[in-house]
Design a binder for this molecule. Sequence first.
Ligand code: ACO
Length: 431
Amino acid sequence: MNGDTLTVIDSRTGKEAILPIITGTDGPPVVDIAKLSKELGLFTLDPGFRSTASCRSRITFIDGDKGVLLYRGYPIDQLAEKSSFVEVCYLLKNGELPTKEQYTKYEKIVTEHTMVHEQLLNSFKGYRRDAHPMAIMVGVVGALSAFYHDSLDIHNPRHREVSSFRLIAKIPTIAAASYKYSVGQPFVYPKNDLSYTENFLRMLFKVPSQRFKMSPVLIRAMDQILILHADHEQNASTSTVRLAGSSQANPFAAISAGIGALWGPAHGGANEAVLNMLDEIGDVSNVGEFVKRAKDPKDPFRLMGFGHRVYKNYDPRAKVLKQACHDVLSELGQHDDPKFKLALALEKIATEDEYFVEKKLYPNVDFYSGIIQSAIGIPTNMFTVIFAVARTIGWITQWDEMIEGGEAIGRPRQLYTGEGFRDYVHISQRE
Ligand code: ACO
């Protein structure tokens, strides 16, 4: 705190409250309004949290105007280029990059927890065959608390650490199983001499009758996708995890809630929506018509993969993925991929269009990630699941930070706009 304040005067009563202005390491300062209700009997109204910081956090920083994303201070483009997903997990969780020794130990622990309880795999059979894999994820991740209840004391740091390792290690196994189940193929067990990401891809694509072989370029692209999605400060799903966790619910329950929030097309479901939109547009010649529709306030159609609550500049993750898209498609000999061409044309037209320029709507992370995943062979309904695999480290780190900080239960207030007090009328007397 630096002594700066904001004075609020209630014009009805003349009463005033002097509120501290707090400055963080970077980003806009915040007004601490905690004593507003006590001193003035007022609450604030900010649906959608457009002007509200929900917590203090030391994990991830976004400068939306400049298009900057930092994990523990390190820029996302450097991490995507030079690091690996497991190293990024260590960084997010521990706050520093690991030494070689720390990394080896960390990777070994993650690797040794990749198997899930056999009974958990049996529980998949209770779902309908045509269930969306995200529906299975919501259920199965929540169900982890039924299997690993030896470490659910959230006030015990060792229990929190064990749950965190279990989540990071088992989430690819569960994600791959949710896919295998939906396509009627046998589950593939983890193979722990492979890297985290190759292991995940193998569990997704291996069938008993064939050897699994995938180009390192594709494995690297998937690792980058995981790095880029690992955390993104207080987005909808992370805020959900924090809110659910603030009731002292166990981490598996809190993260299952986060998976539910991630599912929506305005959040993690957007990359699936991007491919559906590209299918709908069909051809470059139709781009103009769809851009026109996106601009029409009476038309609910929006350009999926465009716009962001925080980024008012090019999403730095989209930049990395655009390049990864080129790499993957050229590795596969699909330079002329019609969806990529269509996406490039759409980006060009939209980013030159006055409406998009004025509203600062740029491609976001979801715009290119679907095209890459599709080229790798991942079906559209698995895109959000991949996102959940990546974001698990962010969720668990944010949850841990909240529990460690001893935050009170999250309990927003409201501006009530319903009926005032009225007496019950018997049904025989109602008109
Ligand atoms: N296409 C057309 N117009 C858009 C778009 C879009 N994709 N996004 C925003 N706008 C317009 C809005 O209609 C609004 O116009 P108005 O000022 O005339 O009312 C203006 O831009 C501001 O948009 P908001 O909806 O207020 O922005 P908000 O921060 O609430 O929403 C969101 C952000 C949800 C991401 C929005 O841009 C959107 O729906 N994009 C498409 C879905 C998408 O790609 N989601 C992924 C987000 S990234 C992630 O979750 C990983």
